[in-house]
Design a protein. Structure first.
Length: 132
C-alpha cells in the first residue's frame, strides 16, 4: 500500500512540474521560425514606375497564421504600401508587388511580419532599398 501511495504522489508531482504556471516564460517560437527574402535585394535601386517585387519564404515548426507586408521610408512609420494575408501553413511564400510612384528619392524598407500563433508572437524581418 505504501508503494502505491508513493508512486501516486510521485506521478502527481511530475505532472505538476510539467504544467504551465502563471508567470512561466514561454519558449520563443521566433527562435525556430525563419523568414528569408529573395526580393528585393538589399540596396537595390528602383526608378519611378518600376514594380518592386516582394518575395520571401517563411518556414516555422508549427502553423504560421498569416503575415503583413509594408513599405515605408527608413526612419518613418508612414506606410506607402500595406497588405495583410491570412493564411495557415508551416511554410508560406510571400509574393506581393508595389508600383513605385514616388516623385522624390528616398531610402525605403520593406518589412514582413509573420504571425506565429494566437498569442501574438511575431517574427519581423526587413530589407532596405532605394527609390530614385
Amino acid at each position: 500500500m505504501k508503494r502505491i501511495t508513493s508512486l501516486s504522489i510521485a506521478a502527481l508531482l511530475s505532472c505538476a512540474a510539467c504544467t504551465k504556471h502563471p508567470g512561466d516564460a514561454l519558449e520563443p517560437a521566433t527562435a525556430e521560425a525563419t523568414l528569408v527574402f529573395a526580393q528585393p535585394l538589399a540596396g537595390a535601386v528602383y526608378q519611378r514606375g518600376d514594380s518592386v517585387r516582394i518575395a520571401a519564404t517563411a518556414i516555422a515548426p508549427a502553423t504560421i497564421h498569416g503575415y503583413d507586408v509594408e513599405i515605408h521610408a527608413v526612419g518613418d512609420t508612414t506606410r506607402l504600401f500595406y497588405t495583410h494575408v491570412h493564411d495557415h501553413n508551416d511554410t508560406l511564400l510571400v509574393r506581393q508587388a508595389w508600383a513605385d510612384t514616388l516623385s522624390t528619392a528616398r531610402n525605403l524598407e520593406v518589412q514582413v511580419t509573420l504571425v506565429l500563433d494566437h498569442e501574438g508572437t511575431q517574427l519581423k524581418r526587413s530589407v532596405a532599398f532605394r527609390s530614385e
